[in-house]
Ligand binder design. Structure first.
Ligand SMILES: C[S@@+](CC[C@H](N)C(=O)[O-])C[C@H]1O[C@@H](n2cnc3c(N)ncnc32)[C@H](O)[C@@H]1O
Ligand SMILES: [Zn+2]
Length: 279
């Protein structure tokens, strides 16, 4: 299902014209060049716009995510993403352009690529994520870039996906085609509740769904995934912890109790939201 010969829809972060692939780099018509790293990803993050020297998930988090996901614990999430994706495609003509925003180590975008032909892109602000993703999945173009300023030509992306990642409506609006779709996965209040109960004295279980995108897009469908998952050992418990925002928020005391557990049953509760760029 490789699409290596199709023109790229990437845009130059300096002058916003089309970026096309040559042997070892991507180049625009105004002579701006971006090297392809030896693992295969490209870095389009404008270094003078970085808010941190090493933004996004760090190497520990990316490695934990890779270890956890490759054991199939989150396959039900990937399966629901794939069926949602396939059932929303009929109105597009080929070649299909698909991008995941905050693609991490590449597990979900690779699942999509396995079910339909197209040009696949994974965007992440973390170079560790892009490096790890491109090492394993070489038929997907992984790009280090900020979701605030997606590195695509205007009106060029048919399907944008976002799982547990920051999403910026204005940037998505600019790059989506008319009738393009967004598939967004967000955690609901019971998601990983048992993990949070170990970490925190008080756990917020406010059940109001948050962050519905309303500014530019029409919500056309939602699907809820409810699933119980057995984490069978301490390594898996540490991996799932390191994949979540709790990794940034918890103190050594809070982690101590988690470190003593040998297994934990956790609830997955995730809402998939499908939007269309209708106007
Ligand atoms: C919770 S992880 C989810 C990764 C992947 N979707 C998954 O579920 O395996 C969030 C990802 O978003 C990335 N990220 C955070 N802020 C970002 C931004 N402003 N632009 C692009 N990616 C961002 C992080 O580096 C991280 O890889
Ligand atoms: Zn340029």
């Amino acid at each position: 299902m490789s699409i290596a010969n199709n023109p790229s829809i990437l845009s130059c972060p300096v002058c916003n014209t089309s970026l096309q692939k040559s042997q070892k780099s991507y180049n625009c018509e105004n002579g701006h060049n971006f090297d392809i790293a030896k693992q295969g990803y490209i870095n389009l993050l404008n270094s003078n716009k970085k808010s941190s020297f090493d933004p996004g998930d760090n190497k520990n988090m990316v490695d934990a995510r890779r270890n956890f996901l490759e054991q199939g614990f989150y396959k039900p999430i990937s399966d629901l993403l794939n069926t949602t994706f396939l059932s929303n495609l009929p109105h597009f003509t080929n070649p299909l352009q698909i991008a995941e925003i905050g693609s991490g180590e590449g597990y979900y975008i690779n699942g999509l690529r396995d079910c339909h032909a197209g040009n696949y892109y994974g965007i992440d602000i973390s170079k560790h994520a892009a490096k790890t993703a491109s090492t394993k999945y070489n038929n997907i173009t992984f790009v280090v870039a900020n979701a605030v300023e997606l590195p695509f030509l205007d009106n060029s992306v048919n399907v944008l996906t976002s799982l547990f990642s920051p999403f910026y409506e204005e940037s998505a609006k600019k790059v989506l085609t008319k009738n393009g779709i967004i598939i967004q996965a967000v955690p609901l209040s019971n998601h990983l509740l048992e993990l949070r109960q170990v970490l925190y004295k008080e756990v917020n279980i406010n059940s109001t769904p948050k962050n519905v995108l309303t500014q530019y897009f029409k919500l056309v469908d939602t699907k809820i995934l409810n699933h119980s998952l057995k984490l069978p050992d301490q390594t898996t418990i540490q991996n799932i912890f390191s994949m979540t925002p709790h990794y940034w928020k918890t103190s050594p005391e809070q982690i101590r109790e988690l470190s003593s557990l040998q297994q934990l049953d956790v609830t997955l509760e995730i809402e998939f939201r499908i939007y269309i760029n209708a106007d």
